[in-house]
Design a protein around this ligand. Structure first.
Ligand code: ADE
Length: 371
């Protein structure tokens, strides 16, 4: 029997003999190991990135899964790997193609960092993903969660991978009232789990915790404690605390920006602009837009078009897009032009819109209306 197994057996015994409230924090954490692993091996969802957990696959999936739901990620993951099957392909991809592959996933810096990190791996690690947690942490876009996920899932290293799911599950199991939005809470949890997690089954342990957080101890609404393998050790279940834990301090209010967005079209061509290289949605393409809610009379000046060239102006529905720190509230117009798309814009055909230019989801309400 391996050392951790003896420890598990002992831990389970402790749980059986003591009342749940009497366990030390460390004993409570050790007590989750066995039931968690057993449950995960029977309940893990079949997901594309779990079929062949190569470092590259784990890396891409974990970056995509940040702030994005599993169901939404699946088709992107498959398409991305088909287009860029390995690290050297990613390191060499053109920026516009990369943005097109990421189009609609949001948080585009994630994709830019993937490419930067791939270039570092090619130049400094002979094209092979480093396996050590501390080396992974040095790569652009890789923080403690992703480094832990890659090191444990792809290389079997005994390091924790604490994301929002794990923060919620462990806070509930231990009835911790630390604020899970604070970096210090994440560090505290990583330090505790590094000690208590099963050292030779880190991959299933970490994925099991994430899985429980995703499908049992859910982020919104009542946790499904009746299905939870950790219910017998969970202090929040015992004390009915699921509505209070995890503790999250409310985030700051988002700034609201009002905009007017235009579909400027002439025949089958539409006008686009490329966004600045820095800041929100950097280097992506956008529909022409201007600050504020503009009236029809103000459009010519705002978009640099002589009024006599505007053949028809059609108001479009309002739309809203929420980023982490800003909300765009948008008013829209379709403007039919004569004499072609003005030279200050990129003139794009329908096919190019589909295959070449990455337009962020923020304009989705209007790009859908391009005929
Ligand atoms: N969310 C974050 N990482 C995940 C993973 N590896 N599997 C399922 N959901 C996840």
């Amino acid at each position: 029997m391996a050392m951790y197994e003896i420890r598990h057996a002992y831990d389970s015994l402790q749980v059986a003999e003591e009342k749940p409230g009497e366990l030390s924090l460390e004993a409570r954490l050790r007590a989750i190991n066995r039931p968690l692993l057993d449950w995960y091996r029977n309940h893990a969802r079949i997901l594309p990135w779990r079929e062949d957990p190569k470092p590259y696959h784990v890396w891409i999936s974990e970056i995509m899964l940040q702030q994005t739901r599993v169901e939404a990620v699946k088709p992107y993951f498959e398409r991305f790997l088909e287009a860029l099957p390995d690290i050297s392909a990613l390191a060499a991809v053109e920026d516009d193609r990369l943005m097109k592959l990421w189009e609609g996933l949001g948080y585009y810096n994630r994709a830019r960092n993937l490419k930067k990190a791939a270039q570092v791996i090619v130049h400094e690690y002979e094209g092979r993903m480093p396996s050590e947690y501390q080396e992974l942490l040095k790569l652009p876009g890789i923080g403690s969660y992703t480094a832990g996920a890659i090191a444990s899932i792809a290389f079997g290293k005994p390091v924790p991978a604490v994301d929002g799911n794990v923060l919620r599950v462990i806070s509930r199991v231990t009835a911790s009232r630390r604020d899970i939005l604070k970096a210090s809470t994440k560090k505290w949890m990583e330090d505790r789990l590094r000690e208590t997690m099963p050292q030779s089954e880190a991959s299933d342990f970490n994925q099991g915790l994430i899985e429980i957080g995703a499908i049992v101890c859910v982020p919104n609404g009542q946790p499904k404690c009746g299905q939870c393998p950790l219910a017998s050790v969970c202090l929040s279940r015992q004390q009915e605390l699921w509505q209070e834990i995890p503790v999250k301090t409310p985030p700051k209010k988002r700034r609201i920006e009002e905009k007017t967005v235009c579909i400027l079209e002439c025949g089958h061509q539409v006008a686009l602009k490329k966004r600045e290289d820095e800041g929100l949605l950097a280097s992506l393409y956008e529909l022409p837009n201007a600050e504020g809610f503009l009236s029809e009379e103000e459009l010519g000046e705002a978009f640099g078009i002589m009024p006599e060239l505007m053949v028809q102006i059609e108001p479009l529905p309002q739309a809203k897009h929420i980023f982490s720190h800003v909300e765009w509230h948008m008013k829209g117009y379709r403007i039919r032009l004569s004499g072609g798309i003005p030279e200050s814009y990129i003139s794009a055909g329908k096919e190019e819109l589909k295959s070449v230019y990455a337009l962020p989801g923020a304009f989705g309400r209007y790009t859908k209306l391009i005929k």
